[in-house]
Design a binder for this molecule. Structure first.
Ligand code: ZN
Length: 254
């Protein structure tokens, strides 16, 4: 099932499910029980919102060997974790704003995991049970600030630096899906998620050995090789097989 949040001309935000280009409302609570109404709203008539408003966003650094190589850094022996603030989240179609503090803003296409229930100390073979579904993320990064600051909080945390969407797919296998990123229509990143250094269930086990995950939390699982800069006027599109396309125009910020 594809789950999305959206606005219509009459208002919102609303939560729905998508079937053949038509949205049906989901009534109730996404994580505790809901009812599916018949699809009757055309997708092209709505404005997409981020499919979830996460309490926290946990990111994994250098989780594809070829990306570690292009950054001239070692492949990590244990996952490198960092956080992005929920205030950075935007939906598909909403613009990434270039902050004036940076001259090198880069895209990072990533598979994102949406957590479905509160969990701590989860073994990899039990991880599937706490996952609600998967979406697409762009871990937008001010690469110059990431280098000059020595730690990553500022570089990863500007408003609009976490496009998420277009919706959550509850039924894919995260172990071998194709991820591509296009900048202005040109292919820049292409990999299978099977190339991850630490696959999804192992990441969940590692993260829950550190902190409690809650329903709605999101994990960004790292970017493959091919990251690069964007400028105002560009359009970044991250596609994951079985989920869809996350589209982000880039504009000058203030
Ligand atoms: Zn990243």
């Amino acid at each position: 099932m594809k789950v999305l949040r959206f606005m219509t001309r009459e208002g919102g935000p609303l939560t729905g499910w998508l079937q053949d280009g038509q949205i049906g409302l989901l009534e109730g609570n996404l994580f505790e029980g809901y009812q599916r109404m018949d699809p009757m709203i055309p997708l092209e008539r709505v404005q997409l919102l981020p499919p979830v408003l996460p309490g926290k966003i946990i990111c994994v650094g250098r989780n594809y060997p070829e990306h570690a190589k292009e950054m001239s850094v070692e492949i990590p022996k244990i996952p490198i974790l960092f956080l992005k603030p929920p205030s950075a989240v935007i939906g598909s179609g909403q613009p990434i704003e270039m902050p004036p503090q940076s001259t090198q803003v880069e895209y990072e296409g990533e598979l994102a995991v949406v957590i479905g229930k509160s969990a701590r100390h989860i073994q990899p073979d039990a991880a599937r049970r706490i996952i609600f579904g998967y979406t697409i993320a762009n871990d937008v990064t001010a690469r110059d600030l990431q280098r000059s600051d020595g730690q990553w909080t500022r570089a990863k945390s500007f408003d609009t630096f976490c496009p998420l969407g277009p919706w959550i797919e509850t039924d894919i296998d995260p172990y071998d899906v194709l991820l591509t990123t296009h900048l202005n229509g040109q292919l820049r990143q292409m990999t299978s998620t099977r190339d991850m250094v630490f696959p999804v269930f192992q990441l969940i086990s590692f993260i829950t050995s550190v902190m409690t995950l809650e329903a709605g939390d999101v994990i960004l699982t790292g970017t493959p090789a091919g990251v690069g800069p964007v400028s105002a006027g560009d359009v970044v599109k991250v596609t994951i097989e079985g989920i869809g396309e996350l589209i982000s125009p880039v504009i000058a910020g203030k």
